[in-house]
Structures are given as C-alpha cells and as structure tokens.
Design a protein around this ligand. Structure first.
Ligand SMILES: *[C@@H]1O[C@H](CO)[C@@H](O)[C@H](O)[C@H]1NC(C)=O
Ligand SMILES: *[C@@H]1O[C@H](CO)[C@@H](O)[C@H](O)[C@H]1NC(C)=O
Ligand SMILES: *[C@@H]1O[C@H](CO)[C@@H](O)[C@H](O)[C@H]1NC(C)=O
Ligand SMILES: *[C@@H]1O[C@H](CO)[C@@H](O)[C@H](O)[C@H]1NC(C)=O
Ligand SMILES: *[C@@H]1O[C@H](CO)[C@@H](O)[C@H](O)[C@H]1NC(C)=O
Ligand SMILES: *[C@@H]1O[C@H](CO)[C@@H](O)[C@H](O)[C@H]1NC(C)=O
Length: 465
C-alpha cells in the first residue's frame, strides 16, 4: 500500500468515526419526528428525512457538538479514566414560514390544546432556541399556550421567540425565572396575562402586540442585562416604576400604545445608553422631566399623545447632539418653542410639536435645522409671527413642512412666491418682520417660459402665413 492509499484509508476511517460520533441520540431523533408530526401531520417527515437529523434535516433544525470531558475516578488505590469524546444534539428548532429562502417546516397545527406539543420539547436536553413564526395562524380556531409553558420547556432554553402567531392565545405563565432566557419574544399573538417574573439573564424582552395587562413589575430591575424592552401595543396600566430606570444597559425602551399613567420618572436620566424612548399613546402626565437632558445617547424620543402638559424644557444642550427624531405631538404643551432646539439639535431629521398649545414666534434659530430636517410639523398650535424657514427648505420639504392651524403665522417675501405649506399663510406686516428673509423669485422662471411661448406662437403664425 502506498502512502496516498494509506492516507485515504485513514481519512475514510476518520470520516467514519467522526460521523459515528455525530449521530443524534435516538431519543432526540424520535422526539424530533414527533414534533414535526404534531406541527404538521400532513407531511411524511420520516420518509422525507430518513437519515440522522443532524446530517439531513428540514431548514431550521440546528445541531451542535457537546464535548463529554474525560473523567477520572479514583477508587481507593486505582485511577480509572474515560476518554473525552463529543456527542451531537439539537440546539435550535425553528418553525413556520419566514421566507422562500428559509423554508422552515410549515405548520398545520389547529388543536386548541398545545400542551402535548410544548411538552415534547423537554426531550431536547440541549435546546437553546425555539422559534415559531407565522405558525399559529388559523382564522377559525385558537390554540392556547400551556398554562405551565416555562415549566415544560427544557432548562437550557435561551431564546423563546413567538412572532406573528395571531391564533395563539392563553395566558403567560407567571414565572419564567427558572429558564436561562436571554431573549423572550412574544409578539403579534392573542396571548394575554401579566408580565411574568423574569430571569436576570434576560437581554431582550419583546411582548409587543398582544393583550398583556397589569402593571410593569418593579422586579424587572433584576434584569440588569436588558438592552431591549418593548411592551408596545398591549393593555398595560399603572405607572412607570422607578425601578425601570435602573436598567442602565437599555438601548431601546418602547411602551407605546398602552394605558400607562403617572409621570415619567426624573430618574429616567439613569438610562445613559438609551437610544430610543417611545412612550407615545399612553396617559402620562406631569411634564417632560428635565432629567431627560442627561440622556446623551438618545437618538429618538417619542412622547406623542399623552397628557404630559407643561413647557418644553431647556434640555437640549447635552442631549441634542445625537437626536434625530422628536415626537411631542398632542401633549398639551404650552409656552414657547425654545430657541435652543435650533442651536443644539445638530442631527435632527424629524420634529413634531403639533397639536399643542405652543405660542409665541417660531424662533429664527430653528432655521439651523434646515440642513438635516426632513419633516417638521408645527400644526395646530397658537404660534404667531413670521415663519423663519428659507424658501429652498420650504420647497424641499413640501407637504412634510406643516404649519397650518396657527392663526398668527405669516410669511415674508413677495406675493407670488408662496410655495408648499406657506401657500395658506398671510403676508407678514412690515412691522412684524424682525429679520426679513429673501425668498427667491419663483415667478421669474414662469416669465421666461411665457417669453418662449410667445416666440413659438409668432413662429407658427409666420409658418401659417
Ligand atoms: C467512581 O467509582 C465508584 C465505584 O465504581 C462509583 O460508585 C462512583 O459513582 C464513581 N464516581 C464518579 C464520579 O464516576
Ligand atoms: C486495581 O487494579 C488492579 C490491576 O488492574 C486490580 O488487580 C485491582 O483489583 C484493582 N483494585 C481496585 C481496588 O479496584
Ligand atoms: C393543512 O391541513 C388541512 C386539513 O386540516 C389540509 O387540507 C391542508 O392540505 C394542510 N396544508 C398543508 C400546507 O399541509
Ligand atoms: C390539554 O392537554 C393536557 C394533556 O395533553 C391535559 O392535561 C389538559 O387538561 C388539557 N387542557 C385542556 C384545557 O383541555
Ligand atoms: C397686518 O395688519 C393689519 C392691520 O393692522 C391686520 O388687520 C392684520 O391682521 C395684520 N396681519 C398679520 C398677519 O398680523
Ligand atoms: C420677480 O420677477 C419679476 C418678473 O421678472 C420682477 O418684476 C420682480 O421685480 C422680481 N422680484 C424680485 C423680488 O426679484
């Protein structure tokens, strides 16, 4: 036997031994078939995937090696050791239609009781992720979550993701703290119940678009690793607990579209890493906290449609540098628009201050927003005086510059140059113009056009003659 041949034999041997080591334990293989058959009994899964499911499985099945370390045991005088090896286990199960390119097993599960389905997952002692997308979608019947969901799932689970499952109903079990969850995402379901007791390992909690009720539990402060907290579009009541502001690693906090009342705690300033704060469409009161001015990482702040009231505070100097979006619509805000908003908001794209009780002039400093702003809404306030924006800006924004519903606003510049949102505004009186803005002459282009037209008519006339 030459060297090449022996090498081949060796590598074949290696391949054989490594595939042997790969094999999924029969209990897991059978449990996987049972899950598939439960989720969709109309597919013959055993014929479709007859081999080891870690080698050939539907999309969405993931396996991983787990080393079995060498272990030694000294009994009296003798030392006996077992060699280290690896074994293969299912670590991820993904179900439901995601896209044509990720054809996870399609679901056809219509039973109203999902207890036996979820109980099957305890047969995967290395499962880290369980994912259902567009899986429970029946229009005619609901499938209830098991009341003891978290107790049924394997104690290794880190990701539980249930997205767009409109026929999934039932209540969330009150205690999820026994699982080492990093991500708990339940979104777009008919699930109700209260926010459960959560494990401190959690990094993402998304419970948006369900029917979750009750209050945000103060115990949420255990989850110091949380960076995403999205509880939007539910029926949450009560106030924002102070403990919420101890979550110093939060990057996104979205509580919009609930019934949360009370004030925004001034300690919100503790959320130093927060980039998105959305509290819009709630019943918050008590003014915009000045503590917000310390939130230097904030990129977007949406408080619209609450009963917050008070004035717009002078909070922009430190926090203004990163802000791209401000939604302060329908808050019952009074007083003036601070000139500092123009001075410090260097990156602002979106500004909504509409449907408030703001009065006084639009500060000329807001003109500094022109280089970045794409949408400015000052509609339905009590603002007066000249609009400070340049004609170029007015034209660029078009209908995304909203100034209507302010009886006192007026425009400077010659008649005939009214464009976009300025069209409806009256001319400012001369005495009212502190800093006249030259608006370029739009009519000159039309005049030129007319001249060309006259020349054409003349030429035509000559031809006819
Ligand atoms: C070590 O060996 C003894 C006797 O065979 C056995 O009872 C014990 O469980 C072993 N310990 C470990 C850690 O394997
Ligand atoms: C230790 O190993 C020796 C040789 O393998 C064997 O004869 C002896 O019975 C062993 N003793 C114990 C306590 O297991
Ligand atoms: C789903 O189940 C129904 C019977 O309840 C069957 O008629 C249909 O073909 C199944 N759909 C798929 C995609 O398996
Ligand atoms: C759902 O099924 C489990 C067993 O599979 C059973 O113990 C439980 O009572 C059932 N729940 C309902 C509401 O029927
Ligand atoms: C301009 O002055 C006239 C007369 O003083 C007044 O009727 C009108 O309301 C003023 N226009 C604006 C926009 O303030
Ligand atoms: C605007 O253009 C018209 C016609 O070309 C001209 O009569 C008028 O003086 C111009 N106005 C300004 C402010 O340039």
């Amino acid at each position: 036997m030459n060297q090449k041949a022996s090498h081949l034999v060796l590598s074949l041997l290696f391949l054989f031994s490594s595939t042997a080591a790969l094999s999924l334990p029969p209990a897991e293989q059978n449990a996987a078939y049972s899950v598939l058959e439960t989720i969709n009994p109309y597919v013959n899964w055993r014929d479709l995937y007859p081999d080891d499911l870690c080698i050939s499985a539907p999309h969405g099945f993931l396996c991983d090696f787990f080393p079995i370390p060498s272990s030694c045991n000294s009994t009296s005088s003798n030392l006996t050791c077992t060699a280290s090896s690896t074994s293969n286990h299912i670590t991820e199960l993904n179900f439901g239609y995601l896209s044509d390119y990720t054809s996870n097993p399609t679901c056809n599960f219509t039973s109203s009781n999902s207890t036996s389905l979820f109980a099957l997952f305890s047969s995967f002692p290395f499962l880290r992720k369980l994912f259902f997308f567009n899986c429970f979608t029946s229009r005619s019947s609901y499938t209830a979550l098991p009341p003891n969901l978290f107790s049924l799932l394997p104690s290794t689970l880190e990701d539980l993701v249930l997205i767009n499952n409109p026929s999934l109903s039932g209540e969330i079990e009150m205690d999820a703290s026994s699982l080492p969850l990093k991500r708990l995402v339940i979104s777009g379901t008919a699930i109700s119940g209260e926010i459960p007791l959560l494990p401190s390992t959690l990094q993402q909690l998304v419970l948006s678009r369900n029917s979750i009720y009750g209050q945000i539990p103060p115990s949420i402060s255990r989850c110091t690793n949380l960076n995403i907290l999205d509880l939007s579009y539910n029926r949450l009541t009560g106030s924002m607990p102070d403990q919420l502001t101890q979550l110093g690693n939060l990057i996104k906090l979205d509580l919009s579209f609930n019934r949360i009342n009370g004030r925004i705690p001034d300690t919100v300033s503790g959320l130093k890493k927060l980039e998105l704060l959305d509290l819009s469409f709630n019943q918050l009161t008590g003014g915009i906290p000045t503590g917000m001015g310390e939130m230097v990482g904030l990129k977007e702040v949406y408080l619209s449609w609450n009963r917050i009231g008070g004035q717009i505070p002078e909070i922009w100097e430190k926090m203004g540098g990163n802000l791209v979006g401000i939604g302060f619509s329908g808050l019952g805000l009074n007083g003036n628009i601070p000139a500092s908003m123009g001075t410090y908001l260097k990156k602002l794209c979106f500004l909504a201050l509409d449907n408030n009780l703001l009065e006084g002039p639009v500060p000329v400093q807001l003109r500094e927003l022109e280089s970045t702003a794409n949408e400015v809404n000052l509609e339905k306030n009590q603002l007066h005086g000249p609009v400070p924006f340049s004609a170029d800006f007015v034209v660029r924004l078009g209908s995304k510059l909203k100034l209507g519903g302010n009886r006192g606003l007026c425009q400077v510049g010659p008649t005939g140059s009214k464009k976009g949102s300025l069209e409806m505004l009256p001319e400012c009186n001369a005495t009212e113009v502190p800093r006249p803005v030259v608006i370029s002459n739009f009519s000159s282009g039309e005049e030129n056009g007319k001249e060309v037209l006259w020349v054409l008519v003349l030429l035509l006339g000559l031809l006819v003659v």
